[in-house]
Design a protein around this ligand. Structure first.
Ligand SMILES: [Zn+2]
Length: 262
C-alpha cells in the first residue's frame, strides 16, 4: 500500500492537481472531521443527559417523584412521639403545697398493716402499693414493722413544727410531704428510728421500696440537696417509673425533677 501511494504521489500531472485536492478533502473529512463531529456530538449528548434519555425507554422522573418511597406496600415509619413523664409533686421548704391543692382522699390503714395508732391514714393513691410492700416484707421473713405516721393535716404539721426542738427533721406547715398523704414513716419494734438502716428489716424497706413505687426521700448523701437530714424511716410514693430511675441512678426527688422537668 505504502509503495502504491508513494507511487501515486510521485505522479504529478498538472491536470491532476484539483482531483488530488478533492481526494485529499474527502480523505480529510473521512479520517478527521467526521470522527471529530461524531465525538463532539457524543460529548454534547452525554453532557446534557440526552443520551441516557435516548437509550432509556422510560422518561426520567421529575426530582420530586424520585424522592417518594419506592415500595407502596412498605408502611411509613411510625412518628416519634416524645412525652415527658408525669412528674411527682415536689414539696419542700422552697416548694410549698399550692393553696388550691385538692383535699386529700385518705384511707385508714388500721387493720390493713400494723400501725402505731388507729388514726393513721394515707392517700388512697398509695394504700394498695403500701399494703403490697408490707406483705412482701412479711413474705421475705421480716416482722415488727409498722406504720408510725402517714397523712397529716396542716394543723397537725404546725403543731409538730412548733414542738420540734430540732427543725432539721421537720418541715414548716405547707412544706411537708405528709400533708399530701403520699409519704409514710415506717418503724420497727424496739429499733430506734435513726438506726433503721442497721436493722435487716429496715434495710429491706430501704433496698426494696422502689419496687413498690416508693423512694427513701431523705438519703444521707443528699441532705445538702433535700435540705433535710438523713431520715431512714421516711418513704415517699412517686410511682413505679420514677422510683426505679431514682434507685438505678441514685437520685433524690429534687435531682429527678431537675433532670426530667426542665
Ligand atoms: Zn416522715
Amino acid at each position: 500500500m505504502l509503495r502504491k501511494n508513494s507511487a501515486r504521489q510521485n505522479i504529478r500531472a498538472p491536470g491532476a492537481r484539483p482531483r488530488r485536492r478533492r481526494r485529499i478533502r474527502r480523505g480529510f473529512a473521512a479520517k478527521v472531521l467526521l470522527p471529530v463531529f461524531f465525538l463532539a456530538a457524543l460529548a454534547i449528548l452525554i453532557s446534557t443527559g440526552a443520551l441516557g434519555r435516548m437509550l432509556s425507554a422510560a422518561p426520567a422522573p421529575p426530582p420530586e417523584q424520585s424522592e417518594q418511597p419506592t415500595a407502596a406496600s412498605e408502611p411509613p415509619p411510625p412518628p416519634v412521639i416524645t412525652l415527658k413523664p408525669a412528674l411527682p409533686l415536689l414539696v419542700n421548704a422552697q416548694n410549698p403545697l399550692p393553696e388550691d391543692y385538692p383535699a386529700v382522699k385518705t384511707v385508714d390503714m388500721y387493720r390493713k398493716v400494723d400501725v402505731l395508732n388507729v388514726s393513721i391514714k394515707v392517700s388512697e393513691e398509695i394504700a394498695a402499693p403500701l399494703i403490697e410492700m408490707f406483705d412482701a416484707a412479711k413474705a421475705a421473713g421480716h416482722s415488727g414493722m409498722f406504720l408510725s405516721d402517714g397523712y397529716r393535716t396542716e394543723t397537725e404539721q404546725q403543731a409538730l413544727y412548733d414542738a420540734a426542738e430540732n427543725k432539721a427533721f421537720v418541715q414548716p406547715p405547707g412544706c411537708s410531704e405528709h400533708q399530701t398523704g403520699l409519704s409514710v414513716d415506717i418503724s420497727i419494734s424496739k429499733v430506734p428510728a435513726a438506726q433503721m438502716a442497721d436493722n435487716p428489716t429496715g434495710k429491706w424497706f430501704i433496698e426494696n421500696c422502689w419496687q413498690y413505687g416508693f423512694i427513701l426521700r431523705y438519703p444521707a448523701d443528699k441532705a445538702d440537696i433535700t435540705g433535710i437530714s438523713y431520715e431512714p424511716w421516711h418513704f415517699r410514693y412517686v410511682g413505679l417509673d420514677a422510683a426505679k430511675v431514682c434507685h438505678d441512678q441514685n437520685l433524690c426527688l429534687e435531682e429527678y425533677i431537675e433532670m426530667f422537668g426542665g
